[in-house]
Design a protein around this ligand. Structure first.
Ligand SMILES: [Fe+2]
Ligand SMILES: [Fe+2]
Length: 282
């Protein structure tokens, strides 16, 4: 079965292959999604809402179960409902043509295999600065190789990629793809720092060299790792926003704004992965 279809609606097929572990992946993966009526989309919306209500109902029921075995069985049923909910929501996501659905993060060849690269479609602005400026370089050094930085994100996601268990196969692939996007960000920051007049060594704005202890390794704890990946993206977005306020250079601002768009996509993808795998672990 081809992985990429052209034409309206066909990107959905690609998305369905991305949904992760399902109790019924084969039938759905064989379906070719074609343009359909408004009525169908209304029904999909209704189905998504119904599934969300069912999930909530089973969650309460599991909490009220009189013994652990019953709680466990009800949680399993709830897991199926969550898969159904994710399926309908993914259809709606296709319909809205959000970045996750438009095939923006297409598969690319690397190291003899294809890897999905989660970055938004908008091209990166040209790498340039208005004038050299050591103060702006200092701010960008923090984003480049400080504690909350692209350097930390790359190493964090790669370690989590190596350490994730088999059941998290979709997350294993996601982490590798996100790490590759962070490398692109790091490269752009290096070029900016050079244009601002500094050599892009692996240090923060205070001149402290990057340290491998910045990485929250959390070995053997995939859900905690995913949680820390979500927090890393949130922190990155916040720091980039602060730096946009402090840097009065329209070229640098445009680049940081564009990087934030990727980080927001990563945040959504990590959050979805957490919801898929970790929502019911307690
Ligand atoms: Fe990044
Ligand atoms: Fe990111």
């Amino acid at each position: 079965m081809p992985e990429v279809y052209h034409g309206e609606g066909f990107t959905c097929v690609l998305l369905l292959n991305d949904l992760g572990p399902f109790s019924y992946p084969r039938e759905y993966n064989e379906v070719e999604v074609i343009p359909v009526s408004e009525k169908f989309w209304e029904m999909v919306s209704e189905a998504a809402r119904d599934e969300a209500e069912a999930v909530e109902f089973y969650r309460q029921m599991a909490n009220a179960a009189p013994c652990r075995a019953l709680n466990h069985s009800i949680q399993e049923i709830m897991g199926d409902e969550m898969d159904h909910q994710a399926f309908f929501e993914s259809l709606l996501c296709c319909r809205e043509e959000r970045d996750e659905c438009r095939g923006k993060w297409e598969k690319r060849e690397a190291h003899g295999r294809s890897i999905r690269i989660p970055e938004v479609s908008e091209p990166y602005p040209p790498i340039r600065v208005e004038c050299p400026n050591p103060e702006y370089a200092r701010l960008l050094f923090d984003d480049y190789a400080g504690m909350v930085s692209e350097m930390t994100a790359i190493n964090q996601y790669l370690f989590h990629h190596y350490d994730m268990p088999e059941q998290f196969a979709d997350v294993v692939e996601l982490l590798e793809g996100v790490a590759i996007v962070e490398m692109r960000h790091m490269e752009m920051l290096a070029e900016l720092i050079k244009l601002l007049g500094q050599p892009p060594m692996y240090m923060d704005g205070q001149g402290r060299f990057w340290n491998a202890c910045y990485v929250p390794y959390l070995p053997g704890n995939p859900c905690e790792q995913l949680q820390s990946d979500i927090e890393a993206e949130q922190a990155a977005i916040q720091t980039y926003r602060q730096h946009i306020q402090l840097i009065d250079d329209r070229y640098i601002r445009a680049i940081l704004e564009r990087i934030i768009q990727d980080e927001e996509l990563h945040l959504r993808l990590f959050t979805k992965a957490y919801q898929r795998h970790c929502r019911c672990r307690d």
